[in-house]
Design a protein around this ligand. Structure first.
Ligand code: URP
Ligand code: ZN
Ligand code: ZN
Ligand code: ZN
Length: 485
């Protein structure tokens, strides 16, 4: 047989391991894996790694933030940047703000993505207004349609939910089959600390870190985990930043609670000292939660190794370092007035590849798992996405393991204008990136067109299903027969 395209002679990372073989593509999917496959087009991958395209399960694109500010990236610029970094699927947010009808929010973001996205994409349903219309009409319908993940916030005045609202959302997720993802930090502590710092004149960006005490994360993780336990509803804790946060998760998993967790490159590669710069410069490194310490970095790597944390996403939250973004509140803001977030869609994979594969901290298989296979499985994109396997979409990044790149502020393809990882020298870079068999990037050039990405509706994954172990209060055998499910 002659296939559309054969990628020849590369070292291919499949779910079984890494081996030298050809990958044959036909009609946008992977048609065969093996030796001596023939194609009408050939890509010579000798000396290269052939990996599944990255799945970035946490990014903010063309979205109004919790603070009410618009991201610097559109779907076109964000997914362009993603593609240059080897990522072929993103999950961004359909962000409901109070007063919005959720189904309209999803329709609006779908229209934006349909026009602009170059990678494939899905949405987390961001709930900030759990009215009866949201909970009884829009949310169930959207989940059943295939929007199988929900995002809730425990902090940020404009979007946070109260405990009882979180329970309402979790119960709908349980009934219809969706994962509940959370930005879990204690709201009151942050607000109180921030006010106390600012009123004493501690206003520089580095104090943003101080205003998010480590215990904020620990308390909120622990609280949400107990909600998960009460309802037997799986959760995903976003952007774990502390060693203690990772421990809380490990313990909960040991107790049989279905909790998943994510961390991000900023918590593996940056610390609180990155915010300590002259003037407002530190604002470029401001994100929530803030980067912590090198011993937290080590604890997070260990958590990933042990499987307590399963996913590394970017939390790409792009704002320019000017009046349209970080400095929107004027030229002399205190840290409370500065938008939180870093760009990371393009650098996520190269940073991790360099650390895990080039520097030998881990393995190529683990790199693929954390950045593609695990997020695809957990979020219901498997088996189409996240692995090189026969029948899967031909989303492939061909990596040159020897290429050395020094990151620079002007080297990325997003619309942010700076790179929080500038100056780092990385070994290994994705050279050719294919999405459903079409070339997105090759020879350092973009070949994709805006709007070529497709919405990925999802099935309820095994990760999203309850364990079946009812808490005593929900078990009619021990709650005097009350029917609560
Ligand atoms: O600092 C961050 N991460 N900004 C984006 C919004 C969020 O918290 O997820
Ligand atoms: Zn509608
Ligand atoms: Zn967050
Ligand atoms: Zn985020």
């Amino acid at each position: 047989a002659e296939y559309d395209l054969v990628i020849q002679g590369g070292r291919v990372a499949t779910t079984e391991g890494v081996s030298m073989m050809d990958v044959a593509l036909q009609g946008g999917v992977i048609a065969a894996l093996g030796r001596d496959l023939h194609g009408s087009r050939i890509i010579d991958a000798t000396g290269k790694f052939v990996l599944p395209g990255g799945v970035d399960a946490h990014c903010h694109i063309e979205q109004l933030s919790g603070g009410g500010l618009m991201n610097a990236d559109t779907f076109a610029t964000a997914t362009r940047s993603a593609a240059f970094g080897g990522t072929t699927t993103v999950i961004s947010f359909a962000a409901q703000h109070r007063g919005d009808r959720l189904h309209e929010v999803v329709e609006n973001y779908s229209r934006l993505a349909e026009a602009g996205a170059m990678t494939d994409y899905a949405f987390h349903l961001w709930i900030s207004d759990p009215t009866s219309e949201t909970l009884e009409q829009d949310l169930p319908r959207l989940i059943e349609t295939g929007h199988r993940s929900i995002k809730i916030f425990m902090t940020y005045d404009r979007v946070r939910l109260l405990d009882e609202q979180i329970l309402d959302v979790m119960m709908v997720a349980r009934e219809h089959g969706a994962l509940v993802c959370a930005h879990a930090e204690n709201h009151g502590m942050i607000k109180w600390m921030a006010d106390r710092l600012v009123s004493r004149g501690y206003v520089e960006p580095k104090f943003h870190g101080v205003s998010h005490p480590r215990v904020c994360e620990i308390e909120a993780f622990e609280r949400l985990i107990r909600f998960s336990q009460l309802l037997d509803q799986p959760i995903m804790l976003f952007h774990v930043s502390t060693a203690e946060g990772a421990s809380v998760i490990r313990r909960a998993r040991g107790e049989g609670i279905k909790v998943f967790a994510e961390t991000c490159p900023q918590y593996l590669f940056l610390t609180a000292h990155d915010l300590d710069r002259q003037g407002l410069e530190g604002a470029k490194w401001m994100c929530s939660p803030p980067p912590r310490t090198t011993s937290d970095q080590e604890a997070l790597w260990r958590g990933l190794d042990l499987g307590d944390l399963q996913v590394v996403s970017s939390d790409h939250a792009p704002y320019r370092f000017d009046g349209s973004g970080k400095l929107a509140a004027g030229s002399n803001p205190d840290f409370k007035q500065i938008a939180n977030g870093l760009p990371g869609l393009e650098t996520r994979l190269p940073l991790l590849f360099d650390a895990m594969v080039s520097q030998g901290r881990s393995s190529l298989e683990k790199f693929v798992e954390l950045t593609a296979t695990a997020p695809a499985r957990i979020y219901g994109l498997h088996p189409r996405k996240g692995a090189i396997a026969v029948g899967a979409d031909a989303d492939i990044a061909i990596w040159d393991p020897d290429r050395e790149v020094t990151l620079a502020d002007d080297g990325l393809h997003d619309n942010v204008g700076y790179n929080p990882f500038a100056g780092r020298k990385l070994k290994g870079w994705p050279e050719t990136v294919l999405r459903r068999g079409e070339t997105l990037v090759s020879d350092g050039r973009l070949h994709a067109s805006p709007g070529s990405g497709r919405l990925q509706l999802r099935e309820c994954s095994a990760s999203m299903r309850p364990t079946g172990k009812l808490s005593p209060e929900f078990d009619p055998a021990t709650n005097f027969g009350a029917q609560l499910l």
